[in-house]
Design a protein. Structure first.
Length: 464
């Protein structure tokens, strides 16, 4: 049976001759995945209304696009449907971000949680249609009802909901209309427009205002360790290709596989429609299809890179790094599966007392795999390590950079282990990769990797 992979996403991965597939062929799929207005993240946010003494709140959807822009979609009593746009490269809009807002009931959808292909145009068209379908009503169709319908229209079944903020309070207040009619009119008027005041305005995303802007190169602090290590060679008897392909498909399902070229955004990849008559094992067929779609023209190097995009090499290299750092001779550490961005894995090891102080016991991790395509074809693996005993106090970031797969050097890795700032408890591996995007693309164009891996210089003619 095929491993189920997601851009939510079962609808995207229908076979090419399945009429339910939204894509006619692989070219259509790849074109969609490269669309800069493709939706990659959705949050249902809410904020308490000060004018109602906190009795009720206001909801909206914040939508992130592949090109870095964001949309804020909401409904007001007096203004009706409104859209705000945040462009990180443009003039900031202080109304877009509300520092007092929160994500409602963990309602967050990533690429893998979307029920269908969505771009900014398709979603805003749907939002306008929903907003125009009913007249605004405090009790029957307010901002929460609007967001509820829009949310349920875009997410997979397991994330659909019938609940929304203030559903009990609004009904109770509206039922008291005869007794407190004058006050209720004023209360309803307070919900008409956006919240005012400096406390509800910010020109930058909330993570930036809370932690400060990140430095290029991933906001890393001091370098703890760096060097070169060899992963298992492909012709080794211990190289389990089938297991690697299966693990690759699992990482793909979890949204951990990305592509970065010399220009354009970092793209979360998926699998285009496949030929069900290929005769290959499911994981082999999925990897072949992925490699043909995203690394076309690379030859066998595309599959060799795919075989490295999982936790198997990461396990070994992390064990080697911390074994060397602790100067221990008592065996290898090992990660459990790093199956998804939100999964946690523990690093168990017999370390010296000095190493134990560095590690703070059993760090937790998440990982992101980025295929780099330019003059060379390389793999960058980003991982964030945290001690579970104090996740807000100490953290490390690890970068593994492979050699050029075109030259057959993908098993040679350079690593850099650094501290992370203490005020970055929510930093993920994907965040670090996106922060490094400019540096990575410069290196892809020039073959100069010194800004990522110090002292290595131009590496295109070396084993790395």
């Amino acid at each position: 049976m095929s491993i189920n992979v997601g851009l939510g996403i079962s609808s995207l991965f229908a076979t090419a001759n399945n009429s339910s597939s939204p894509f006619q062929n692989a070219e259509d799929y790849v074109s969609y995945m490269r669309d800069p207005t493709r939706i990659v993240h959705v949050e249902w946010r809410k904020v308490r209304h000060e004018k109602s003494k906190g009795l009720t709140s206001h909801s909206w959807l914040e939508v992130h696009l592949l090109n870095g822009k964001r949309l804020r979609l909401e409904l007001y009593a007096d203004r009706g449907y409104t859209e705000l746009v945040y462009n990180p490269m443009g003039t900031p809009n202080p109304r877009f971000f509300d520092p007092q807002s929160i994500v409602y009931d963990d309602r967050v959808a990533g690429v893998q949680d979307l029920a269908r292909p969505l771009t900014a145009n398709t979603l805003t068209s749907d939002a306008k249609e929903i907003a125009a379908s009913k007249q605004y009503s405090l009790s029957e169709f307010n901002c929460h009802h609007f967001v509820l319908e829009l949310w349920n229209s875009l997410v997979i079944d397991s994330l659909k909901t019938s609940h929304h903020p203030d559903r009990m309070k609004t009904g109770l207040l509206w039922g008291l209309e005869e007794a407190v009619g004058t006050w209720l009119q004023g209360f309803g008027g307070s919900l008409a427009g956006p919240q005012e005041g400096a406390a509800h305005r910010s020109e930058r995303p909330l993570a930036e205002t809370q932690s400060g802007p990140q430095k290029a190169g991933g906001a890393a602090l001091g370098c703890l360790a760096s060097g070169k290590l060899e992963a298992v060679e492909r012709n080794s008897g211990s190289y389990n290709r089938t297991m690697r392909l299966q693990h690759f498909c699992q990482e793909l399902q979890c949204g951990n596989i990305h592509l970065l070229e010399t220009t354009g955004p970092m793209i979360p990849t998926g699998i285009p429609p496949q030929d069900p008559q290929s005769g290959m094992e499911p994981w082999e067929a999925e990897c072949e299809t992925w490699a043909s779609a995203w690394l076309a023209g690379v030859g066998s190097g595309s599959m060799r890179i795919a075989e490295r995009m999982n936790s198997i090499d990461l396990n070994k290299i992390v064990a080697e790094i911390f074994k060397a750092k602790s100067d221990s001779k008592q065996g290898y550490s090992s990660f459990a599966s790093l199956g998804s961005m939100n999964s946690m894995a523990s690093l168990s090891s017999s370390l010296t007392s000095d190493a134990a102080r560095v590690m703070s016991r059993e760090p937790q991790a998440d990982a992101c795999f980025v295929a780099l395509r330019g003059k060379e074809v390389r793999l960058a693996i980003y991982a964030v390590l945290r001690p579970p005993s104090a996740p807000n106090v100490c953290a490390w970031r690890l970068l593994l950079l492979s050699g050029d797969a075109v030259l057959g050097n993908e098993a040679s890795f350079t690593y850099v282990l650094r501290d992370l700032p203490e005020n970055s408890p929510t930093t993920k591996a994907e965040d670090l990769a996106r922060e490094d995007q400019t540096v990575l693309q410069t290196a892809l164009r020039t073959s100069d990797w010194r800004h990522l891996v110090p002292d290595l210089g131009h590496t295109s003619d070396q084993g790395l």
